[in-house]
Design a protein around this ligand. Structure first.
Ligand code: MN
Length: 302
């Protein structure tokens, strides 16, 4: 019989621009031991990676038992969204709208800070008492100017809510948080097109992806080791930046692997960023600091 496994001849390859090793870690508060990729790596500026403004990656790390949960105390955000993914461990959060909850393993918290929010992020109480391995990601996703001062809100996305696309030949599956993979559509609401998904691939498993060429795209190897486009190899904890020249790329898992894939439509607006605020102009940044110091972000007990 004929195995007609032809690649479409209109396939436009999206080439790898760079495979990027993690920089030395730093601590956010005392609970999040992270490697920053966006924007500290020169290839990964806020403009280059728009709408992704920040990527902090907490590679797997053992925290010994603690009576008082480690974490980061009350702080503000304005002008964007924070997306927190727990791969290992449990993260508790509370914010000034009265919302709060626990991000369990495999879950995602998508918080729209927009006009302003105060929040705090800690290891979950009981988890902290026992200690354990923590592995997490925090992404900041920009908002277009017209939505920066919209109402803050919050989406708790449990793992079971995510759309799953099973891959043929026992290759594994794609778990969609936002945007889409083939017919699987992620549950997260986004203000601009943002594709965010985990590829959970068995050793030898292959998958293919296609995003518009102008979407800024990258991936983070959470577990295992992968080969991209039958060419570049990326080991665990490395970030892969793609060029914007084509649409399609392929992954092959060299080990059982988990890969976080991100691809978003750039927001082509000026970025004025300082600390926890990301606005369009210096004046708006000053306003954010003034509003924060004048208590306009609400109240949250430490
Ligand atoms: Mn925060």
């Amino acid at each position: 019989y004929l195995n007609l496994k032809l690649k479409p001849n209109n396939m436009s390859l999206r080439k790898v621009q760079q495979v990027i090793k993690p920089r030395p870690h730093h601590y956010v508060g005392d609970g999040f031991r992270v490697h920053n990729f966006i924007p500290a790596v020169s290839y990964l500026s806020m403009q280059r990676m728009s709408p992704f403004l920040l990527l902090d990656y907490g590679a797997e790390f053992y925290f010994p038992p603690a009576e008082k949960p480690r974490g980061v105390g009350v702080h503000p955000h304005r002008g964007f969204e924070t997306v927190t993914i727990a791969y290992k461990g449990k993260i508790a959060h509370y914010d000034s709208t009265g919302a709060g909850g626990i991000i369990e393993e495999g879950d995602v918290q998508w918080m729209t800070a927009a006009s302003g929010i105060l929040h705090k992020e800690y290891h979950e109480n009981n988890w902290a008492k026992q200690g354990g391995n923590m592995q997490m990601v925090q992404l900041w996703v920009n908002l277009p100017a017209k939505d920066k001062m919209s109402e803050p809100k919050y989406q708790a996305i449990t793992n079971s809510m995510m759309a799953k696309h099973s891959l043929p030949e026992n290759a594994g599956f794609i778990e969609v948080i936002s945007g889409s993979y083939k017919n699987a559509k992620g549950p997260a609401f986004t203000f601009t097109p943002v594709n965010l998904m985990n590829a959970k691939l068995n050793k030898g498993g292959k998958s293919d992806f296609s995003f518009p060429a102008d979407y800024n795209s990258g991936l983070l190897v959470i577990e295992g080791e992968i080969k991209i486009n039958d060419s570049e190899v990326a080991p665990v904890n490395n970030f892969v930046l793609f060029e914007n020249t084509g649409e399609d790329f392929t992954l092959e898992a060299l080990e059982n692997s988990i890969v976080l894939i991100m691809s978003g439509e750039p927001i082509n607006e000026p970025i004025a960023s300082q600390g926890p605020f990301v606005m369009n102009t210096r004046d708006e940044l000053m306003q954010a600091f003034n509003d924060f110091y004048n208590g306009k972000f609400g109240f949250l007990e430490d």
